[in-house]
Design a protein around this ligand. Structure first.
Ligand SMILES: Cc1cc2nc3c(=O)[nH]c(=O)nc-3n(C[C@H](O)[C@H](O)[C@H](O)COP(=O)(O)OP(=O)(O)OC[C@H]3O[C@@H](n4cnc5c(N)ncnc54)[C@H](O)[C@@H]3O)c2cc1C
Length: 476
């Protein structure tokens, strides 16, 4: 009889192209386990929408696993610190030879996993870890001098070279096994401490690998060709909306890469510009994972550029609340923030615009924005969120220069020319024409509607931000 192996599910909620699952099955019969750790999730500012997405995908995964004869155990813990004991107890109960899991890259996740590995080794059980949520193991791409990359374009150049040398393949789903006398547990639909998500919001993000692949296929076949032209227009269906699936591992980056390559006649750095641009975005995701691992200070809430720790960020609780609630009086910013609250997602162009408004026009610490995004994003991802915030705040690696402050009104006119996106999210402004909607005229409007006046003067606050950063003296 073959040995039993424990496969620990985390942000890899799929059966296809899953390294830990595939290798565990290759070594014997598998029992899968998922740990609920709500206290740590709260500490990490995980969004209720994301926790709900995890649970719904876990339910879908349970059906797929059962179809393969694999039982799913759901372990109720409180924190990451409970993981070694809970997993070891289960391993003993099912008489497992060892545990298999895919690497996660935050420092708390790494510490948790090291502790689990240690506990299993001490108990004379095996522990196998796999790089799965990336195309390249973080830290494996280095400059000729052996140092870690800090500039995306150079990182991408080597990534292209590596992909030419060897294109990572997708693994198949593991083969079916005969049930090993272990029954599956019930997957909860809610976890204490996280608000319930409306059916309307859930319907925007259908769970399961099949739904994720439908979305990927639709994007690759019908949208990707025009991605370069459409990706900056929030009113258009111009991006993949796959980030939640990638973050929770319902899809792998290899599956995305292969879908794009297939639609681009086998090419990834030439051919259709839409495909090439999209693949480049997947590499930004890789880049930020490399930064997270190679420069652990960013995982500890520190600025990548140490000199920017001296920025005298303003304490402005009213400004922060207005930004969070979408009532700054700057329509494109408010529309974006309302989209986030209603859907758990925000368009990339608007993430940059709203992040820059908070950090430059309001001069509020980027960490406040990073936390708020994490608490509300269904795709909240430590590496990409931190990377995006530090890029916008000019505190990060390869970030926007401090003197290039986006003017939100100009951005609005350029990327939402008809005001369609603003009208969707700010009904108070629906009656305004395409000219007025980006910067509602002062006067009657504010008395006639509940829409607020701008809380800051865009021009003055831009000057203040530039002067503040300039005074640090060390910016590029
Ligand atoms: C302030 C700020 C915060 C962000 N927070 C997150 C976050 O928490 N989680 C997250 O996944 N992305 C984050 N991003 C990156 C980006 O905005 C989202 O990945 C993108 O909007 C998701 O939509 P999509 O799936 O339609 O992307 P597409 O345009 O279809 O791109 C495909 C995939 O590439 C990756 N990607 C695209 N752009 C970026 C980028 N700039 N950085 C890293 N990866 C990228 C994502 O996995 C995305 O799903 C942030 C960006 C900014 C400026």
């Amino acid at each position: 009889m073959s040995a039993t192996q424990l496969y620990w599910i985390r942000n890899d909620l799929r059966v296809q192209d899953n390294h830990a699952l595939w290798h565990a099955r290759d070594e014997g019969n598998v029992v899968a386990a998922y740990l609920l750790t709500p206290d740590t999730w709260l500490e990490h500012d995980e969004a209720p929408a994301k926790v709900d997405f995890w649970l719904r995908n876990l339910q879908a995964l349970k059906s797929r696993l059962e179809g393969l004869g694999i039982a799913l155990k759901v372990l109720h813990c409180r924190t990451f610190a409970d993981a070694p004991r809970a997993l070891l107890d289960l391993a003993r109960k099912i008489d497992a030879d060892g545990i298999f899991f895919n690497e996660e890259y935050g420092i708390h996740e790494q510490r948790r996993d090291d502790n689990v590995a240690e506990a299993f080794t001490e108990a004379s059980l095996g522990c196998r870890r796999y790089a799965d949520q990336v195309l390249f193991m973080p830290g494996s791409l280095r400059t000729q001098e052996g140092t870690m990359y800090k500039v995306f374009s150079q990182f991408r150049k080597l990534a292209y070279q590596k992909l030419h040398d060897h294109l990572p393949e997708c693994l198949a789903a593991p083969g079916k096994q005969s049930l090993a006398g272990v029954s599956s547990d019930t997957v909860p639909t809610e976890v204490e401490g996280f608000a319930k998500i409306s059916r309307e919001q859930q319907d925007l993000w259908p769970a399961g690998e099949a739904a994720a692949h439908d979305r990927l296929q639709h994007f690759a076949e019908d949208i990707m060709g025009e991605y370069k032209e459409l990706r900056d227009q929030p009113a258009r269906d111009g991006t993949s909306c796959l980030s939640a699936y990638l973050t929770s591992g319902v899809l792998s980056p290899r599956q995305c890469l292969h879908a794009a390559i297939a639609a681009n006649r086998g090419e990834f750095d030439s051919g259709n510009t839409g495909a090439v641009t999209w693949i480049s975005e997947l590499l930004w995701r890789e880049f930020y994972r490399h930064i997270l691992v190679c420069y652990p200070r960013v995982s500890r809430s520190q600025a990548f550029r140490p000199e920017t720790e001296a920025v005298p960020w303003r304490k402005d609780s009213e400004g922060l609340a207005a930004w969070q609630e979408g009532r700054t009086g700057i329509p494109i910013v408010d529309a974006a923030m309302r989209q986030l609250l209603a859907t758990g997602w925000m368009h990339n162009r608007l993430r940059m615009v709203s992040a820059m408004f908070l950090t430059k026009n309001l001069l509020i610490d980027w960490r406040e924005g990073e936390r708020w995004f994490m608490q509300h994003l269904i795709d909240g991802d430590l590496a990409s969120n931190n990377g995006g915030w530090q890029w916008s705040a000019s505190t990060g690696t390869d970030s926007v220069p401090y003197f290039r402050v986006f003017n939100p009104v100009t951005q609005s006119r350029r990327f939402d020319p008809d005001g369609e996106f603003i009208r969707t999210w700010i009904p108070e402004l629906r009656h305004l024409d395409a000219k007025q909607i980006h910067e509602p005229p002062a006067g009657d409007l504010f008395e006639a509607t509940e829409y607020p006046r701008p809380i800051v003067d865009i021009g003055e606050t831009r000057k203040r931000a530039i002067a503040t950063f300039k005074s640090l003296g060390e910016q590029s």
